[in-house]
Ligand binder design. Sequence first.
Ligand code: DSN
Length: 453
Amino acid sequence: MAKSYTGDSPTASEISLEPRQSYNQVFQLLEQHHQWFTNSLPLIASENIPSPAVREAVLSDFGNRYAEGWTGERVYAGCKYIDQVEQVCIDLAKQLFKIDFADVRPISGVCANLVAYTTFTNPGDTMLALAIPAGGHISMGKKEFGGTAGAVRGLNVEYFPFDTEEMNIDIDATEKKIQKLAQNGKKPTLAMFGGSVLPFPHPVRELTTIFQQHDSKICFDAAHVAGLVAGGQFQDPLHEGADAMTASTHKTLPGPQGGIILSKAENGERIKKSTFPGNVSNHHLHHLAGKAIMFAEMLAFGREYASQIVKNSRALAQALHERGFQVLGEKKGFTKSHLLVADITKYGDGKTIEKKLEDANIILNRNLLPYDIKAGRHFEAPGGIRAGVSEVTRLGMKESDVVEIADLMTRVVVKGEDPRRVAVDVAEFRKGFQRVQYAFESSKDAYAYIHIR
Ligand code: DSN
């Protein structure tokens, strides 16, 4: 039997492999997970909570069907409703991002990046992107680290020079680097802006001319910030010079897990082929339906939602700073996006702090800091933590509420209070925030477990 709810993971010996028991146990664990999240503070910057409407769409029969190819040009029969939903999804995405081409089929952010690499590069080409400790994503990584760009697409990855105080790409040093790479016969075919730690807008506008002079294409990985872009609260890369923008659909965009690539129409046919047959066989049609619902929600409520995210993020950063956390980017006001990064080395390593906070039902992740590798730290026990406020904002929290989150985190990290005591207060605090906001309907609790057996 699975343990009753404690917030702890079951050990291997508690997991039975007898079929019916295992079957029951999976459902019990799912319900426990839902209950845990009902009582927790979800601060993982790459996560969000979809509305009950998105969850309903995701549960539909679309998830059991095949529809390879583009709308109206499918490889399978049975797609007459799927085609219409996909067309609605495409049209909503184009409207939301004010751009004339959208491919909603990539099944993840990594997949969308692979579509961009397939469209704009050939194996052996050079790509400029952020290093992972500076905020780059594994899909932009070098071959020797197993990163998708190097290991899968065969790209030679060069890093953008990074200014740690500014927490941003160093423009002058990047210009010099581009010239040097070009002199050495390695001019970047693709510049990949964006990434996984993006507190401030990247200098796309400032660097577009020099990239264009070298015939380099520009893509922006908006996996984290797409909801803020859509809500008019962050830079708008597609209107600052980027040829394409990739994103996942479940971070600041509060949809089901998935990806998207947006571009000017002139790249559309190449992108379509790069997606199918290049990188996706069947796309995930239930998530496609969920994406369409989410885009509609974003068109209706996105401005208000994104604006509150940015206010909450800054309020949390400021409050943590005042309580003894070393939040990076102080010089620039800590953050202009949904997330913040803090150097936690005064109190322990990222892994230990992540665990203590998890024990207090405060769920965030450890993170490499830009200077961690030089300091001899590694991903297992890095010097930082990363926190995002998209999900708590979707649950209706405002600035004063995130200051309470800062107090709860301070009790665990700075004051060393027993996390289990703090967990009780976290659960009490969460009672006031049980419904998804910024949605057409919110008749069910956000983490309600849906029974259809
Ligand atoms: N690695 C994820 C993140 O947490 O940023 C994105 O895929």
